[in-house]
Design a protein around this ligand. Structure first.
Ligand code: SF4
Ligand code: SF4
Length: 466
């Protein structure tokens, strides 16, 4: 196998406790994966762990190695399992190699010992939280159906107290999707987080029941609706682009900036033309094409029998990645916002287009609205970044544009890019035949005094793609 068939970095989500979890979140797509391994204890053995760490290191042609732990609930393995993982990373590492351990957890089992361990070993922790109490507890309950908000917040505050780096992951469902500003302001102002991921909750139904595999063309009543998803993102974007650029990082918006800049990769597989570089490792060593396709058809093999590098570079996996592009329906190919959307994730492509072609994304209507809605501010941000300015200056530009076209265009040189974000020189755009044209394209006015922009946005969007 040629080196080109294998990416220099492999991103694997390891599930050492499989689908096992101490909670019972209503929409969790992974809980029913327990049925794939009947009778299993769902605990990764030392043999599989050794294989995983050594092969992950051997698969890398870079010095930075990402080691991602997920579940189910990965803390169910106990802290000693991760101490051993760190020991093995030290044992097998090549000179100059560094590790970035990340863990996605529901946060309810964290204590001071876990937090100290995370800080000492520089873990980045992702906490799953769906918004303020009522919105979070609507679906995130334990095995007895009891709410979990207080336990999650306790875990979060412990991470903060111990100085552990963390971000938050919000699953957007039919209930919290109607409260975008409430969710966002809660995370920003009360949790005081600066890194947020939003993922849509989509449960496909087959014969009226949530399907184990990606099958069925109807969805559960918990599933976010396409327009709801678009409205949710737009409402938060409008608040973010006016007040928080450079201070709060929303993964979907960062990916959009990268695509508006034409950087080649958005940093999110769902918004890239192809995929297949983020695999899932089950507790017994089974390696699957993707975290969302942990099902028999997408099993590549077991790392105890075949090296991870071979499995990642296999024709089966490369075909999986190419399929994302090859199966794009004509509606997407001709879509104005394809460069930003790329038909999103194949797991959500279960609608039929107006032409009768299968494979349209369930969330299409929402994405179309969202990407059109953010076009103008994103063009402004891209323009700022291309000329070496901070993306956060977009907030001032929008404020000036709100104050009136005259203020926005007063100091612009004839040959400078037009502040409206068109990409044309000022003299070829609003500087040519009057500034009134801009009136038709104003973004929603939201006023608040601005804080100085920070350079973090640029660093973030130009950072290496995982
Ligand atoms: S199937 Fe979806 S989640 Fe999986 S790698 Fe492809 S785009 Fe990403
Ligand atoms: S917005 Fe809809 S039509 Fe356009 S690329 Fe995305 S899924 Fe396809």
């Amino acid at each position: 196998m040629t080196n080109e068939a294998i990416p220099p970095r492999i991103h694997v989500l390891a599930k050492p406790a499989g689908a096992a979890c101490n909670l019972n979140c209503a929409y969790c797509y992974f809980l029913n994966k327990e049925r794939l391994y009947p009778g299993s204890r769902f605990r990764m053995s030392d043999e599989v762990l050794k294989n995983y760490i050594s092969q992950l290191i051997e698969s890398h042609r870079t010095d930075k190695v990402a080691v991602a732990w997920q579940g189910g609930e990965p803390t169910l393995m106990g802290i000693d399992f991760y101490r051993r993982a760190i020991e093995l990373q030290e044992k097998y590492r090549r000179p100059g190699m560094t590790f970035e351990n990340t863990m996605q957890t529901n946060g309810t089992r964290l204590n001071a010992e876990w937090c100290e361990f995370f800080r000492e070993n520089n873990f980045l922790i992702g906490i799953s939280i769906d918004g303020p109490r009522e919105l979070h507890d609507a679906h995130r309950v334990d095995k007895r159906g009891q709410p979990t908000f207080d336990r999650v917040m306790r875990g979060l505050r412990l991470l903060q107290k111990h100085g552990v780096e963390y971000n938050v992951l919000v699953t957007v469902n039919r209930i919290n999707a109607d409260h975008p500003r409430e969710v966002y302001r809660f995370l920003r102002d009360e949790v005081e987080t600066s890194w947020i991921q939003f993922i849509p909750a989509i449960e496909r139904l087959k014969d009226g029941a949530v399907s184990l595999n990606q099958e069925g063309t109807t969805v559960s009543e918990r599933t976010v609706e396409p327009e709801q998803w678009g409205n949710f993102l737009m409402a938060i974007f409008d608040e973010w682009v006016r007040h928080d650029v450079g201070k709060v990082f929303v993964q979907t918006f960062e990916a959009a900036v990268r695509n508006w800049l034409g950087l080649g990769s958005s940093g999110m597989c769902v918004f890239d033309p192809t995929c297949g570089h983020g695999l899932a490792l089950e507790h017994n060593g089974d390696l699957y094409a993707c975290d969302h396709f942990v099902e028999p058809k997408y099993l590549l093999g077991n790392i105890r029998q075949r090296h991870m590098t071979d499995l990642v570079g296999s024709e089966q996996q490369r075909q999986f990645g190419r399929d994302k592009l090859d199966t794009l329906p004509r509606t997407c190919c001709e879509c104005e916002v394809r460069f930003a959307c790329h038909g999103e994730c194949p797991k959500n492509r279960f609608l039929t287009t107006a032409d009768g072609e299968p494979g349209l994304n369930y969330l299409c209507a929402g994405y179309k609205s969202f990407f059109h809605h953010i076009d103008r501010p994103l063009k402004i941000m891209a323009q700022l970044l291309r000329r070496g300015s901070e993306a956060a200056q977009v907030m001032q530009v929008l404020d000036q544009l709100d104050a009136g076209p005259a203020a926005a265009f007063a100091k612009v040189g004839r040959n400078e890019p037009c502040p409206c974000g068109s990409g044309f020189k000022f003299k070829k755009c609003h500087g040519r035949d009057g500034i009134n044209r801009y009136k038709t394209a104003r973004v929603q006015p939201v006023r608040r005094s601005q804080t100085p922009a920070r350079a973090d946005a640029l660093e973030q969007i130009t950072s290496e793609n995982p």
